[in-house]
Design a protein around this ligand. Sequence first.
Ligand code: DGI
Ligand code: FE
Ligand code: FE
Length: 191
Amino acid sequence: MDLKEAKAAVKPYLTTKRYEHTLRVADTAAELSDRFHASKNKAQFAAVFHDYAKYRSVNEMKRWILQSPELPKDLLYYHPELWHGPVGSILVEREHGIKDREIQSAVRYHTTGKAHMSDLELIVFVADYIEPGRDFPGLDKIREMAEHDLVKTAWMVSSNTIAYLLKKGNPIYPDTFYAYNDLTKRINGGN
Ligand code: DGI
Ligand code: FE
Ligand code: FE
């Protein structure tokens, strides 16, 4: 499957707006992988598939979580919005034969992040947040940081997301905290 075929494969499962977001995430991921020397091809594939499962029904996603040994069941105690990454990482293999563990992991963790993210995972996590169609408070500074430092950029994304969830009083999934803590250590060293 080439990139053009990947885009055609996700299109029927997304709204027009979501498909356009997906294309912008893929372009942003390509830029970031040039800048930070990651695999451009893998970054683009992971980006194209990152929201693949976004519009599956809650029941279908729940079934995939229950029947996939690799997915943690505690997801079911959190908001279904957190399920599309993990479920997408299963569906890309089942429905499109994508077995690349690095691509699957970047899809899986694109919403929450996790501790010890690879450059590829960081790139998709960041690209999803900073693509040109997004408009979050503080985004200008984050885009500026994305010109220079991938880990610091991911830290800003993680920190912003947690601040946003706290402000709304939403529950926060453990991996979201693990991502923040790990990125903080990677920037500051030690504890
Ligand atoms: O799928 P997208 O809209 O492109 O973006 P996304 O997958 O990064 O995020 C979807 C939503 O998930 C976004 O509104 C922020 C939210 N989110 C991220 N981490 C957590 C979270 N929501 C909860 N409840 N807990 C989290 O840890
Ligand atoms: Fe998403
Ligand atoms: Fe997205």
